[in-house]
Write a protein that binds this ligand. Structure first.
Ligand SMILES: [Zn+2]
Length: 134
């Protein structure tokens, strides 16, 4: 059994990956390609400052993709150009296709950092009264 903290983390990140509010799991994070400032269901402000989620986005997102591009380039493209370039194109398509999901996960990680290190100036709404979904 996972400790409560892990359940909270996996729940919030899972909700972020599904593009839902990490706090209540109901409100949507995005409208098309733009994201809402706060949850329409529980009122959680997703990013108080525009740059709040950048650190998580860069560490959890840009760096792994950059590392994969470098690995594929030096590991495959130079010895097998056609499959290597195909891999790079597939990776780029995946990176674009899953961008909102990964952005959602970054918002969830930012939310978790606010849960664990609360800031009085950055209140988190009380937990939703009913939460039928995991
Ligand atoms: Zn919410």
């Amino acid at each position: 059994m996972l400790p409560a903290g892990w359940k909270l983390i996996s729940t919030a990140v899972g909700r972020g990956l599904r593009k839902r509010c990490p706090h209540c799991g109901e409100g949507r994070l995005f409208s098309g390609w733009s994201f809402f400032e706060s949850c329409s269901v529980c009122g959680l402000v997703f990013a108080r400052n525009a740059g709040d989620t950048w650190g998580f986005t860069i560490i959890g997102d840009r760096l792994p993709i950059g590392a994969m591009v470098v690995l594929i380039y030096f590991g495959v493209v130079r010895s097998h150009p056609v499959p290597g370039l195909t891999l790079l194109v597939v990776l780029a398509a995946l990176a674009i296709w899953t961008a909102p999901n990964r952005w959602g996960a970054s918002i969830a990680l930012h939310y978790l950092s606010r849960v664990y290190w609360p800031d009085p100036a950055d209140p988190i709404p009380p937990p939703p009264a009913t939460d039928p979904r995991p």
